[in-house]
Design a protein around this ligand. Structure first.
Ligand code: NAD
Length: 481
């Protein structure tokens, strides 16, 4: 049976299907593929794997729904999306439980994240009418229109939020959408289908499958915009395919975020911040703190405080309310994380806490600290995507800033310092978002564009995302013809 209804029923074993033109669709699909609970190694459910025919049917359904969705008008679109937000709110606890069963995260955290995303979904829906309100009608104006059918391709680390964060803006702007979630965690996204059935058929379609299905979607001739979140390697392929078709493409890719710590900070507070930045979601966050550059004067104290912090990160199933550190998503991810740590050790680094996978069942890896890995080792240069904080001792705050700005990634960066001159230096870190001293009431609607290989395309979140998801055009009207 379907995983979730608006009343919130989760089946024990979940069988997920595509959602096409407003209904579940198992036709034209390939084989089914299992989804494993990473905490137990047992099967959570399965999903039907899409084919080129399913992709084509979904894109055509979205293209047919497009004109009607646009003609409905911004206010009506916003109202319908507001109703979707209410349904999502009711379903949030079940969606969170399903996320945990397919990719391992603690349920309470999943629910909090989903609820936050729904809040933004609702605010975005409410902004549609204002965004499209007619501007002063002069002889010249800028108008905007939707891109048409959008391919929304998402990763597994925040399965629901990666869709709901983006979907409201795309739809409020008048686009129609084909969603392609990750094959590693497709069940909670597939469960969104029945919750969306108050939208006209075809406005949102969900196609399940792996990279082959994603590639077929990007290459479909009726796709007008691609929004991709995932790894740099896949982002290059997606960006290349979109470029070849001359369609715009947003790429939200990986990170190797650095935290630079000055000599004058509260060390216990710095360690707590580094721990939650590095270990949250078992380090499977694009904006995880993976590198820490700490001033030599406080380095020993900082490492001790980090080891102390690790005790407050109990490891276990995400369904256990005490768990803060769930499993990694699968055996491959666990082995890849361990490979980074092993190579660092061989390169001379110390691992004062963690650093060994836990015996099964499940794919658990403990909170880990690595000190003194070579600057060119993979743990310092490639995305690890696990609960590992690599600490590098520096002789000055400036040296830390310089090292933070090296490497392929520039998603986010952070610094801790009480020196006003150093705050200004840190503000120039080369990243999509820079957070100093834990941040404050920053501009919530600021645009964001990742630096270096971490992505492409200026994106606004929430209500202002309609600016990203519409194509502006200029109208100028002359005198009497
Ligand atoms: P991934 O690149 O392996 O897959 C992402 C999605 O792309 C999946 O749905 C996958 O099936 C699909 N895909 C694979 N090959 C494709 C192709 N050739 N054409 C089209 N689609 C294709 O990434 P992942 O392992 O699912 O996710 C982890 C990565 O995502 C990490 O690098 C992480 O940093 C990144 N991420 C970035 C952000 C951000 O906002 N910048 C947020 C979350 C995750």
């Amino acid at each position: 049976m379907t995983a979730l209804t608006p009343q919130g029923v989760v089946a024990d074993l979940v069988h997920a299907q595509h959602w096409v033109a407003g209904a579940p669709d198992a036709a034209l699909s390939g084989a089914t593929r299992p989804v494993t609970d990473p905490a137990t190694g047992s099967t959570t459910g399965d999903f039907t794997v899409g084919t080129a025919a399913v992709v084509d049917r979904s894109v055509r359904a979205a293209a047919e729904a497009g004109p009607g969705w646009w003609d409905l008008g911004a206010e009506a679109r916003g109202q319908l999306l507001g109703q979707v937000a209410s349904r999502l709110t009711v379903a949030a606890p079940q969606l969170a439980a399903l996320e945990s069963r397919e990719m391992g995260k603690p349920v309470a955290m999943a629910q909090q994240d989903i609820e936050g995303s729904i809040e933004m979904f609702r605010a975005t829906a409410e902004s549609a009418a204002t965004f499209f309100a007619p501007a002063a009608r002069g002889a010249g104006r800028t108008a905007c229109r939707p891109y048409g059918v959008v391919a929304l391709i998402t990763p597994w680390n925040y399965p629901v939020c990666q869709v709901t964060d983006i979907l409201a803006g795309l739809l409020a702007a008048g686009n129609t959408v084909v969603v392609k979630p990750s094959e590693k965690a497709p069940l909670s996204v597939a469960a969104l289908g029945p919750l969306l059935d108050i939208l006209p058929p075809g406005v949102v379609n969900i196609v399940l499958g792996d990279g082959e299905v994603g590639a077929a979607l990007v290459e479909h001739p009726l796709i007008g915009l691609v929004h991709f979140t995932g790894s740099v390697a896949t982002g290059r392929k997606v960006g290349g395919a979109a470029g070849a078709r001359l369609i715009p493409c947003f790429l939200e890719l990986g990170g190797k975020d650095a935290l630079v710590i000055d000599r004058d900070v509260d060390v216990a507070k710095a360690a707590a911040l580094a721990a939650s930045g590095g270990w949250m979601n078992t380090g499977q966050v694009c904006t995880s703190i993976e590198r820490v550059y700490v001033h030599r004067d406080i380095a020993d104290e900082f490492v001790s405080a980090l080891i102390h912090e690790s005790a407050s990160w109990p490891i276990g199933s995400g369904l256990n309310p005490d768990t803060r550190l769930g499993p990694l998503v699968d055996a491959r991810q666990r082995d890849s994380v361990h490979q980074h740590v092993t190579e660092a050790r061989l390169g001379g680094a110390e691992v004062p806490i963690g650093g060994e996978p836990l015996p099964g069942p499940g794919f658990f890896y403990p909170a880990t600290v690595v000190v003194g890995a070579p600057d060119d080792s993979r743990i310092m240069t490639e995305e690890t995507f696990g609960p590992v904080i690599a600490v590098r001792i520096v002789n000055s705050f400036e040296e830390g800033l310089r090292l933070a700005d090296t490497g392929a990634y520039g998603l986010c960066a952070a610094a801790l310092t009480n020196d006003p001159a150093h705050i200004e230096l840190a503000a120039a870190l080369d990243a999509g978002a820079v957070t100093i001293n834990g941040g404050g009431d920053g501009p919530a609607d600021a645009p964001f564009e990742p630096a270096r290989s971490s992505g492409m395309g200026r994106v606004f979140w929430g209500p202002r995302s309609l600016e990203s998801f519409t194509r502006p055009y200029a109208v100028s009207i002359g005198g009497k013809a």
